[in-house]
Design a protein around this ligand. Structure first.
Ligand code: ADP
Ligand code: MG
Length: 327
């Protein structure tokens, strides 16, 4: 064998094995984030993790409907008044969100947020809200009504009180964007995890796949299944983090846009898809669609799988995933 080739091979193994996993955890977008990167040394890891964090900040400033300075807040403020010219990035995100609303037949609806002020999901007991108030808010929901103008990059919510909200897609979008950014910086493997909405690429330094554990919704300190993942997004929507109690019953923070009430019947839903943005929107939609309709829907979609858990703790999965029957 050519000795130079041997040398090259040895050098390469040395380089690969010197890579390590570095992590950073923080709270942004109201959620716990954890960034994981495979890097050569602590200094470059620090730099990469800082750039990933800054990217999340940037996205939050763009899409937050709580931050009055965001483009999203401006669109919401101008509802029923005038179209707002926005950045290409927000415009494209809204356009894709409308497409996802259509795909899910409005189970995920980017304009669900007019009902937001009615519900507070902080684990407390609440008195059922006035049904008339809910009806009036539901009348404002409707992704079909959102007017987007491709020529001038503008968005118009034609009725006063209409509101866009990225709660069900923003973390997925952020996970995809950070992954993309780190990949362009040459990071060969990593995971962006936004409270259970995650996007992974490459492998661990020793070449083995990343492992993703799915949290048991009845006991969030326990994991009920592990999956090896490579270049995939895994997103879980659960009712265990943000919920309220009404007339003795627990309700999670996903709203059925048709009724304006929190959806019932599903306590956890995990979606596997190529992109976290898609997986995030679908996980929310499946909650609203319920087990039967939700899995029927997922089984029509290429490269998408799902695991749903009903109120009795029974597991249900799409065609290409095998899971135990209960958690
Ligand atoms: P998680 O935060 O558990 O990952 P989701 O991704 O499902 O959950 O997002 C839930 C959030 O999405 C809610 O807090 C709310 O802001 C928003 N939301 C609730 N219902 C809907 C809906 N039907 N369509 C779009 N967004 C929704
Ligand atoms: Mg979601």
């Amino acid at each position: 064998m050519n000795p130079r080739l041997v040398y090259f091979f040895l050098f390469l193994t040395f380089k690969l094995s010197s890579q390590e996993v570095y992590q950073r955890s923080f709270t942004k977008m109201g959620s716990d984030f954890e960034l994981t990167v495979v890097a050569d040394n602590p200094k470059s890891a620090e730099q990469l993790l800082a750039e990933g964090t800054a990217e999340i900040d940037r996205i939050e400033r763009l899409i937050s409907s709580w931050d009055p300075a965001s483009e999203t807040s401006e669109v919401n403020r101008m509802a029923g008044i005038a179209p707002v010219i926005v950045s290409k990035e927000l415009f494209n995100l809204v356009q894709r969100s409308i497409a996802l609303s259509r795909l899910t037949d409005g189970a995920f609806d980017i304009s669900y947020a007019s009902v937001d002020p009615i519900w507070t999901f902080n684990g407390q007991k609440v008195i059922p809200p006035n049904p008339e108030k809910i009806k009036a808010s539901v009348a404002k929901i409707g992704f079909q009504k959102v007017q987007i103008n491709l020529k001038e990059n503008s968005i118009y919510l034609p009725e006063k009180g209409m509101k866009l909200g990225f709660g069900a897609i923003g973390k997925g979008y952020a996970a995809d964007k950070v992954k993309q950014l780190l990949q362009t910086k040459g990071v060969k493997g990593g995971i962006v995890n936004a409270s259970g909405d995650l996007s992974a690429w490459g492998t661990q330094p020793d070449g083995t796949s990343w492992q993703v554990g799915l949290v048991n919704p009845k006991n969030k300190n326990k994991v009920f299944a592990w999956f090896p993942i490579q270049d995939k997004a895994v997103v879980t929507s659960g009712d265990y983090e943000r919920f309220l109690i009404m007339e003795g019953k627990r309700y999670g923070h996903i709203i059925n846009p048709r009724t304006g009430y929190p959806s019932q019947g599903v306590i956890s839903c995990t979606v596997f898809a190529p992109k976290a943005e898609l997986a995030d929107a679908l996980a929310t939609a499946l909650f609203v669609l319920g087990v039967e309709n939700g899995l029927y829907f997922v089984n029509q979609l290429p490269e998408v799988e799902a695991i749903m858990i009903d109120e009795e703790g029974k597991l249900h999965s799409s065609n290409n995933i095998e899971v135990d029957e209960t958690i």
